[in-house]
Design a protein around this ligand. Structure first.
Ligand code: SF4
Length: 318
């Protein structure tokens, strides 16, 4: 597919007056989605902490001293119980995250078994397990995996200041491998790490250069975590979050744009602006824990949806 985006035309959108940007984004959103529907995902950490990577924002990195409690790969029955609870609370997709550089050979079959069982509940499945080789990608495909999450995080230039243990190209290679295996990609980034506007634009441009646009694009607001190198980072202005969501919506009209970590720091009004700008997916619920930050609990989310007249997007699991 021809990539229509370049630095100039993305910057032109990014710099639009706020109201014009939102109006345009909402127009694009309505062409492809029901603006009153939200996709609900639940994220659960199946293996926590002691990650060999050094992502400077992350509580799970073994390089930093944080308060996070480390856990080995959780047992099958425990994970399945969480998936059932997530479904009961309204989730349509269950995302399982493991803090690995890449999935260990001994653990991958266990994760594949979890994927099959979660799918049997009628939920979409997503996992985030780090870098994948061809063999691991195929094993996940054979297990019936719907989505693989692997974020680019930021621009290639700023990435070097955030992570040193794997390259930007490593990430792109995994994403393209996942796409080639026929698994949908979930790939986004984090704003508020001290990056510039140019970095945000270049990050979106990199997403647009992938073999196929990600089916889901999570936009995280940095949740600074004590003990990590970014633990003292001042918060980004909320309007910047809305702005990047709007530009993401315009550039990727058919992707679900997910308002992800850091949502608990946004007021209901700002979250609503994000939804108006084109965010149509969230992580929710008590188990919706990402990078050891929290999100508003599912009840609060349902109360907000009621206020807005929003409903939950149904899922068609093959
Ligand atoms: S973001 Fe992922 S890869 Fe990076 S340290 Fe955290 S768990 Fe590991």
């Amino acid at each position: 597919m021809e990539n229509l985006w370049n630095k100039e035309n993305v910057e032109q959108r990014y710099d639009l007056p706020f109201m014009d940007l939102l109006f345009q984004a909402q127009g694009v959103h309505r062409e492809h989605f029901d603006p009153n529907q939200m996709q609900l995902s639940s994220l659960f950490s199946i293996k926590t902490g002691a990650c060999p990577e050094d992502c400077k924002y992350c509580a799970q990195s073994g390089h930093f001293k944080t308060k996070l409690k480390k856990e080995k790969l959780l047992p099958f029955d425990f994970v399945l119980a969480q998936a059932k609870a997530a479904k009961a609370a309204g989730a349509t997709r269950f995302c399982m995250g493991a803090a690995w550089r890449s999935p260990p050979k001994k653990d991958l079959p266990k994760v594949c078994e979890m994927i099959g069982a979660v799918k049997d509940l009628g939920l979409e499945t997503c996992v985030t397990l780090g870098m994948l080789d061809v063999e691991a990608t195929q094993a996940l495909k054979d297990a019936g995996l719907d989505y693989y999450n692997h974020n680019l995080d930021t621009s290639p230039e700023y990435y070097k200041k955030i992570i040193s243990t794997r390259t930007y190209q490593d990430r792109i290679d995994t994403l393209n491998r996942v796409h080639q295996a026929g698994i949908k990609t979930c790939c986004g980034g984090i704003v508020g790490m001290g990056e510039s506007k140019d970095d945000r634009i270049n990050f979106l441009l990199e997403l647009s250069k992938l073999d196929t646009p990600p089916a889901s694009i999570p936009i995280n607001k940095l949740a600074p975590i004590e003990g990590t190198p970014l633990g003292e980072t001042p918060p980004i202005d909320d309007f910047e979050i809305v702005r990047i969501i709007a530009v993401t919506r315009i550039m990727f009209p058919k992707s679900h744009v997910r308002l992800t970590a850091g949502r608990d720091t946004l007021s209901e009004a700002v979250q609503t602006l994000c939804f108006f700008a084109g965010a149509n997916s969230i992580f929710f619920g008590e188990e919706g824990k990402l990078f050891a930050s929290s999100n508003p609990e599912s009840d609060q989310d349902h109360i907000l949806f009621d206020k807005l007249g929003m409903t939950v997007e149904a899922v068609d699991v093959a």
